[in-house]
Design a protein around this ligand. Sequence first.
Ligand code: SAM
Length: 232
Amino acid sequence: TTQIEKNEKAEVTEYFNGTGFDRWNRIYSESDDVNKVQKNIRIGHQKTVDDVISWLKEYDNIKDKSFCDAGCGVGSLSIPLAKLGAKSIHLSDISEAMINETKSRAKEEGLDFNKLNFRTSDLENLKGSFNTVICLDVFIHYPQQEAEAMVKHLCELSDERLIVSFAPYTPLLALLKGIGQLFPGPSKTTRAYTLRESGIIEAAKQSGFKVVKSKLNQAPFYFSKLIEFVKS
Ligand code: SAM
């Protein structure tokens, strides 16, 4: 199979239930307890979330649509999306700590839990059928081939649209030392992969999806290519 190595997946799970949870929960919050790098990652990531929300707003029937937020983290995307009135959102993450945090944030916001479906699950085990599937800044844990296979899997779950973001491979960035530090990735404790955009687009194309929007979001220490695909 093209799944990421079992060991590596176990490390990622452990990280995002432990120190990684603490780190990312602080980044994805308004906490002052962040360093300069983390603050920049927060700013860059917020651009990605804001873009997705504004793209989704262009479709005026959010209230009739089902969404899948794959690798939802602490719900940075799904919470505003739920507030816009999405019909249903399936939220999943490999980390139970992330799912628990998302639940508690959703509760604080007074969201309707009947419309939210939470699962502790990796991307590989996602099932179902949704109008729109969204996967933001999760592919950092997937090497090129595995990421492309995952794009195909996510396309199978989507009836209409797929929105993904990932750290793009560029020769210039590859030259920089300490590359792991530069991406919205985890930390030195898990590996970080940058991806060739052409391969991601080709994988979606083979599944019958074409690019309709794309944008590179940057802040110091954050690079993320956001692409929206529509089933053609
Ligand atoms: N998508 C969220 C967002 O943009 O706010 C979170 C991004 S965070 C950088 C990456 C998330 O992916 C973490 O919550 C982590 O637990 C999750 N993750 C990592 N590998 C995963 C996998 N194989 N399947 C599902 N989730 C995964």
